[in-house]
Design a binder for this molecule. Structure first.
Ligand code: ATP
Ligand code: MG
Length: 391
C-alpha cells in the first residue's frame, strides 16, 4: 500500500491541442514546489496527474498543502495505490479510510474502470465493495444522494487507487502559461492581492518595489519581502527589484506643484518599472489600483499614469471594494496581518495635503518639464537591487 496524491486538472483540460504543454507546465510547477520535500514521480493518466513520492518519510501532509496552492488544479485527493486484485483493493479501502468510515453515518462507493480487462464492471465494483464495507462497518448506511463519505475506487492501467474526500484546488491556470508580468508592490493590502490574482491567470511574476531611504526604513523593505514570500507560495519564485527612489521623489518635491506630486511620482514609477519589465522579458505591469480609492486612483489620475505606459497595465482590483480585497488578503494570500504592520511607504512620505483629483495630462506634462527626470529614471532602473524570493 503506497500513498500518492491524485490531481485533477482545472481549466487547462479545455485547452485542446495545447493541453500537453499546459500539463507539462503544471507538472514542472508542482515539481519545483515539492522539490525541498523530496523526489516525486509524476504520471499523467487521462485527466488525472498522479504524484508519487519516491522515498519513504516524505511529508505528504505538507506536500498536499503545497499542491493545494498550485494554480491550474481543480481538485486533488490523497489516495492509496495498490495492485489490481479485488480482495486487496477491498482490504486497502477499509484500512485506509477506516477513520473516516468510523465517523460517518452514510456512505456510497463510486467506481471508475479505465482498464477494461479488469474482471468486474463499475456497477459490480460498487455493489461488491458496498457490501464488503457494510459488513466491516455495520453502523453505516448507504446514501447515494448525499453521503457523508464517498469511497472512490479507480481501476487504471498501472494500478488501482482508493480515495475518499476530494479537496478543492487553487483553480486558475498554471503559472507561466500566460507569460510574465511585473508587479509593482508596496507594503499595502492591495498589491500582494493583485499579484496573486494575476498569477492565478497563469502569469509568472517579477516585482518592483520603490524604496526611499532614509524616509523609508529597512523594516518597510523586509515587510515587502515577507508579503512576496506569501504570494510566491502560489506563484512560485519571484525576482524582486528594489529601486532606490529617493532622488526622484526629492526632485519632484523640489520642482513640481504639490497638488500633482503623487500623479507625477506614479508616472515615474511606471517609467522605471517599464525599463525593468523590458529587461526581465515581462509583457505587462500589475498594480493594486482600484477606481476612486485615493486621489491618485481617480479616472483622470489613472489616465495621466497610463499615458506613460507602453505596455499593458493590469489592475485586477480596479472594480473591487476594499472589503472584497481584504477578504482575499485574509482567506487566500494570508497577507492581511503583514500588510497591516504600520511601516511607511514611499507613497506616504511626501503626500500632498490637497491632491488634485482631476489632473489634466497637459498640466502634468508641463510640470514634469521642470526637471531632467530622464537620466534619473534610467539610473534608478539600472541600479535596482535584485532579491530572490520564494522556493
Ligand atoms: P497598496 O495597498 O497596494 O499599497 P494603496 O491603496 O496604498 O495600495 P497606492 O499607495 O496609491 O495604493 O498605490 C497604488 C499602487 O501603486 C499599489 O497597489 C502598487 O501597485 C503601486 N505602488 C505604490 N507604492 C509602491 C511602492 N513603494 N513600490 C512599488 N509599487 C508601489
Ligand atoms: Mg500603498
Amino acid at each position: 500500500m503506497k500513498e500518492v496524491i491524485l490531481i485533477k486538472n482545472g481549466e487547462l483540460a479545455l485547452k485542446g491541442l495545447n493541453r500537453r504543454t499546459f500539463e507539462d507546465m503544471l507538472i514542472k510547477n508542482m515539481r519545483l514546489r515539492l522539490k525541498s520535500l523530496g523526489q516525486f514521480n509524476f504520471e499523467v493518466q487521462q485527466s488525472t496527474i498522479m504524484a508519487e513520492p519516491l522515498s519513504d518519510g516524505i511529508d505528504l501532509d505538507e506536500a498536499a498543502e503545497r499542491i493545494g496552492r498550485v494554480f491550474g488544479i481543480a481538485a486533488y485527493s490523497r489516495a492509496i495505490a495498490c495492485e489490481k486484485d479485488f480482495q486487496t483493493i477491498l482490504r486497502n479501502a477499509a484500512d485506509y479510510l477506516e477513520e473516516d468510515l468510523e465517523s460517518a453515518s452514510t456512505f456510497k462507493v463510486e467506481a471508475k474502470r479505465s482498464d477494461k480487462k479488469f474482471p468486474l464492471t463499475s456497477p459490480e465494483i460498487c455493489r461488491e465493495a458496498g457490501g464488503y464495507l457494510l459488513g466491516k462497518f455495520p453502523h453505516l448506511e448507504v446514501d447515494v444522494h448525499n453521503p457523508d463519505i464517498t469511497v472512490n475506487i479507480e481501476i487504471r492501467d498501472t494500478s488501482a487507487f482508493v480515495h475518499g474526500r476530494q479537496i478543492k484546488g487553487a483553480g486558475g491556470m498554471p503559472t507561466g502559461s500566460a507569460g510574465k508580468a511585473c508587479l509593482l508592490i508596496s507594503g499595502g493590502i492591495d498589491s500582494p492581492v493583485a499579484g496573486y490574482m494575476m498569477a492565478k491567470r497563469g502569469l509568472s511574476l517579477t516585482a518592483v518595489h520603490f524604496a526611499s531611504p532614509p524616509y523609508t526604513s529597512e523594516k518597510a523593505e523586509q515587510k515587502v519581502h515577507k508579503l512576496l514570500e506569501k504570494v510566491s507560495m502560489f506563484s512560485g519564485r519571484i525576482g524582486l527589484w528594489v529601486v532606490h527612489f529617493t532622488e526622484i521623489q526629492e526632485s519632484i518635491k523640489d520642482n513640481c506643484p504639490e497638488e500633482i506630486f503623487t500623479v507625477i511620482m506614479r508616472r515615474m514609477m511606471m517609467r522605471v518599472a517599464q525599463i525593468i519589465a523590458r529587461r526581465e522579458n515581462a509583457g505587462a505591469l500589475i498594480t493594486g489600483e482600484s477606481v476612486g480609492q485615493v486621489a491618485s486612483q481617480t479616472m483622470p489620475a489613472i489616465a495621466c499614469t497610463d499615458a506613460v505606459c507602453e505596455i499593458p497595465v493590469f489592475r485586477p482590483l480596479i472594480g473591487m471594494d476594499k472589503d472584497e480585497v481584504i477578504a482575499i488578503a485574509r482567506n487566500k494570500t494570508d497577507t492581511f496581518d503583514l500588510s497591516f504592520l504600520p511601516y511607511e511607504d514611499c507613497c506616504t512620505v511626501f503626500t500632498p495635503k490637497h491632491p488634485r483629483t482631476r489632473p489634466t495630462l497637459d498640466y502634468v506634462e508641463k510640470a514634469e518639464e521642470a526637471f531632467d527626470w530622464k537620466p534619473m529614471v534610467e539610473e534608478a532602473a539600472k541600479t535596482a537591487r535584485l532579491v530572490v524570493i520564494g522556493y
